[in-house]
Ligand binder design. Structure first.
Ligand code: SAM
Length: 273
């Protein structure tokens, strides 16, 4: 079942009814769920722990409860379970064992951010978290750079600056980014700017780097596609024989792409080589 992503009032009537009615609640963090239950005066519930590291092991216990005709609800710390959260393996095991799984829809950070972003493209790709290691993150960004869909990412505060810097280099600075931070909470902020302005905006006030983030970036345009594929190919070839600065300058002259973006990308390619 979906639970709030910050503001405890963001929970459906049905979710409250289910929390009151079930025999057992499988919770990602029992303390977080206990706080929610407390807020709604729901007392003496059996809570069992089900998180990323014990999901496989915990599934048979949950199925044991179901076999004993006890109803079980699944709650993650925030938002919708199995959405960049544990839950999918449990759901698969429960369904495999022949029990029905009933979704209780509600809050989700990506949907909340998208709905307030003002970005109008009909298609989007929800990526979730990019890899934590910079080399893997950069190559992942390259893989999705040319998709003509808005790109949605989740990011943690301690990585948001480096991720935005990599997105700027990998996608080009001209695209719009919506930085949706602390949604439904006291310091909720939704800021739109060009990708090459985003790092500066975050650095201008340390508070802007705090909290939880959804990043939404405009998809590639058709023109972008052709130029970026070309620029990447030309740059990679030139780097085989020329130093970074010269390769970037020449690739910019050949393809019409921006020299400083190619320079940053050339540095990345050299580092990752
Ligand atoms: N299951 C959740 C959902 O349905 O959105 C997502 C869980 S994921 C482990 C946590 C990430 O979601 C955070 O690092 C952040 O990127 C995003 N997130 C969660 N709550 C948020 C909020 N209030 N504002 C912005 N982003 C949020």
């Amino acid at each position: 079942m979906a639970t709030p992503i910050g503001n405890l009032k963001d929970i459906t009537y049905r979710a409250i009814e289910v929390l009151k009615a079930v025999d057992v609640i499988a919770a990602e963090d029992t303390r977080v769920t206990a706080k929610l239950l407390n807020h709604y005066g729901i007392t003496s519930k059996k809570l069992v722990s089900l998180h990323q590291h014990n999901e496989q092991r915990a599934a048979p216990h949950v199925i044991g409860h179901l076999a004993a005709r006890r109803s079980v609800a699944l709650a993650s710390d925030a938002g919708t379970p199995a959405f960049s959260d544990p839950g999918a393996r449990l759901v698969a095991a429960v369904r495999e064992a022949g029990y029905p799984v009933v979704p209780i829809p509600g809050p989700n950070a990506a949907a909340a951010a998208l709905s307030a972003s003002g970005l109008a493209g009909p298609q989007f790709l929800f990526y979730g978290f990019l890899p934590a290691k910079s080399g893997e993150r950069r190559s992942t960004i390259q893989e999705i750079a040319l998709l003509p869909y808005q790109l949605l990412f989740y990011e943690a505060p301690h990585r948001v600056l480096e991720t935005i810097s990599d997105l700027n280099v990998g996608l080009g600075g001209a695209r719009q980014i919506v930085i949706a931070r602390e949604l439904t909470k006291l310091f909720e902020t939704i800021h739109t700017c060009r990708l090459d302005e985003a790092e500066g905006w975050l650095k201008a006030d340390a508070n802007r780097q705090k909290g939880e983030f959804v990043l939404i970036i405009e998809g590639a345009s058709r023109g972008d596609d052709a130029q970026r594929v070309d620029a990447e190919r030309v740059l990679t070839l030139l780097l085989e024989d020329l130093p970074v600065k010269q390769a970037a300058a020449l690739a910019a002259r050949i393809t019409g792409a921006r020299k400083n973006e190619l320079y940053a990308r050339a540095l990345q390619l050299k580092r990752d080589a």
